[in-house]
Design a protein around this ligand. Structure first.
Ligand code: F6R
Length: 588
């Protein structure tokens, strides 16, 4: 959450540069934004609420500047609460991602010593703490070290001293990446903002302090102040992947990329699937851990391993994992499923697992992310940058890796490969062959609906949960997913005349039962929309998809994604940036 970008180098149009980088990071938070640069020896700040859109900033050319896009935690969405925050003298500025859990006593202490606060944020305490250190003669780095050591919580901060042309960055868990350029250096919360300037990066580790100057970057240990070596890495993904190309928005682009991503996993992941299958085979208890959409991939994995490999694995929500840690031993495998690799709840689950001696695995999309780096074994999803706040291609990529791994564990990797290839073809066919137009027509018919229900059984139960999440988070139509068998235990009370109901009915052992559940909903007035290889009299609308066996969750995801997308568009919402959400959930 919160996007961060900073520059120190030759005098440049810092305002334009920072704003450009913030646009690339805006998926991390878009409540408000702000930019700061040096102006006549002081910090000049421009900040405002709302998305960046076509905004420009009038800041003078400067050799140092930084900016921030906010996802509010403490303090409402106001101009004053937008970052950067200044100290009392106007010489220091600060941007922050995370939550300072002990900000109240720190703020009271600082107020008692006469500091002036201009915002309601937790972040502002940090700049005043640094101000005191600098006033007592400490360097910016030492003042930042001392202040940061007083914070509780998971935080990343960057402090700027305009009189010294110097940025100081430090973090625990929340990500920061340093970019090493020629006569200029950079820092950002995501390498996506850096590749325009450099592909040489250093992933800042926890409790490392970076001093960033135009011609050098130095690392210090937070506690001892001792210098640390810089570990340079190269960002290897293609910058072209990050653009919109011919698409109107990232959600359309990323949905369309799913065929290619699944095909790539089908053809190129045999060894990774083998290694992951061996780990699962050797473990005494495997836990698939995810949040939101990734948790539905984990739940699908539970069904896949059961039916394909006759192996029980557990699916656990990241935020609930610590309450189940008692099962973990040094023979357990905790497998984190995460697009960003930065989700705080999953990181916490992995820290808990490590504490119990478990092996940590990861299926992550963002290379170099915290989970990618902390895992003993990490499988990159290879889906390319996912910039729409809704997860689409990273979800189907996780399903593809889990399907292939389950078949590999069962000794049938070729079957897994074939199913994935068929699923990849079906994803492309559905988009190109009229499926998308059919879904749009459904969206037009139900655009005024207040509620929508989705049902599935077995492998399709998590698909129903994911379908409902996708639809509600982007279109704001209230949507709920249910296990088909649960209807009669209460849910059916919600049905009224004309309520749209999505029914996932693949050609598997769930078909007869789910169709009979659909009949019960139809009898109570539901408008039945069937996602299924075959039509059935119970469906008022049929969205045909190919029969791809165990890979059905992959192809069934697409009609639901498209339905959410078109509902959002028809109702006038931006599919890439739904309200109140952020892509990378780095706070608990
Ligand atoms: C929904 C969505 C979220 C994420 C969740 C986990 O479309 O994107 O539910 O799936 O926040 O994020 P990652 O996968 O980055 O750990």
């Amino acid at each position: 959450m919160c996007g961060i970008f900073g520059y120190v180098g030759r005098p440049a149009n810092v305002g334009g540069m920072v704003l450009g980088a913030l646009k690339r990071l805006e998926y991390r938070g878009y409540d408000s934004w702000g930019v700061a640069a040096r102006e006549n020896g002081h910090v000049a700040v421009r900040k405002q609420t709302g998305k960046i859109g076509g905004a420009t900033v009038d800041l003078p050319a400067a050799a140092i500047g930084f900016g921030h896009t906010r996802w509010a935690t403490h303090g409402g969405v106001t101009d004053a609460n937008a970052h950067p925050h200044l100290d009392c003298t106007g010489r220091l500025a600060l941007i922050h991602n995370g939550i300072i859990e002990n900000f109240r006593p720190l703020r009271d202490e600082l107020l008692a010593r006469g500091h002036q606060f201009r915002s309601d944020t937790d972040s502002e305490v940090m700049v005043h703490l640094i101000e005191e250190g600098v006033a007592s003669g400490k360097s910016l780095a030492d003042a930042t070290r001392a202040a940061f050591a007083r914070l509780q919580g998971l935080n990343a901060i960057i402090a700027m001293d305009v009189t010294r042309n110097e940025l100081v960055a430090v973090k625990t868990i929340s990500p920061l990446v340093l970019g090493l350029g020629e006569g200029a250096n950079y820092v950002a919360s995501d390498s996506l903002a850096l590749t325009e300037y450099t592909r040489d990066v250093v992933y800042l580790e926890d409790n490392q302090v970076a001093i960033i100057r135009p011609d050098e970057v130095t690392l210090l240990d937070l506690y001892s102040g001792q210098p640390l070596p810089l570990k340079r890495e190269r960002v290897d993904w293609d910058a072209g992947d990050a653009g919109l190309g011919e698409y109107p928005d990232f959600m359309s682009k990323e949905m369309a990329e799913q065929g290619r991503v699944v095909r790539q996993i089908a053809t190129g992941y045999a060894e990774r699937a083998r290694a992951l299958a061996d780990l699962i085979w050797g473990s005494y208890g495997t836990f698939l851990v995810g949040c939101g959409t990734a948790s539905y991939a984990a739940l699908t994995g539970m069904y896949l391993f059961s039916r394909i490999a006759r192996r029980h694995v557990n699916a656990v929500l990241g935020s609930e994992f610590k309450y189940q840690e008692h099962f973990l031993t040094d023979r357990s495998l905790a497998l984190a499923l995460s697009q960003s690799g930065e989700t705080a709840d999953i990181i916490e689950a992995m820290v808990t697992s490590r504490g119990r001696g478990a092996t940590i695995g990861a299926l992550v999309n963002v290379r170099g992310s915290t989970l990618d780096r902390m895992a003993d074994f990490s499988v990159p999803l290879g889906a390319g940058p996912e910039q729409c706040v809704l997860s689409t291609k990273a979800y189907t990529a996780k399903l593809a890796v889990l399907t292939l791994t389950a078949h590999t564990l069962a000794g049938t990797p070729e079957i897994g490969r074939e199913l994935l290839l068929r699923a990849a073809d079906e994803l492309d066919r559905f988009l190109a062959g009229g499926g998308a137009a059919r879904v749009r027509a459904v969206a037009e018919r139900i655009a005024g609906a207040e509620h929508l229900y989705a049902i599935g059984r077995g492998l399709s139960y998590p698909t129903a949960l994911e379908a409902a999440l996708k639809i509600k988070e982007v279109s704001y139509v209230h949507a709920e997913g249910f296990a088909g068998g649960e209807l009669k235990h209460g849910v059916i009370a919600l049905l009224t005349e004309g309520t749209p109901c999505l029914v996932f009915a693949p050609n598997d052992e769930t078909r007869d039962d789910i169709l009979s559940g659909a009949m019960e909903m139809k009898s109570r007035g539901g408008l039945m929309i069937g996602v299924s290889p075959q039509d059935d009299p119970v469906f008022d609308i049929h969205l045909p998809v190919a029969d791809v066996g165990d890979a059905s969750p992959i192809v069934n995801a697409l009609p639901a994604q498209l339905l959410g997308y078109h509902l959002a568009r028809l109702r006038g919402y931006d599919p890439d940036k739904p309200r109140n959400l952020a892509k990378s959930v780095t706070v608990k």
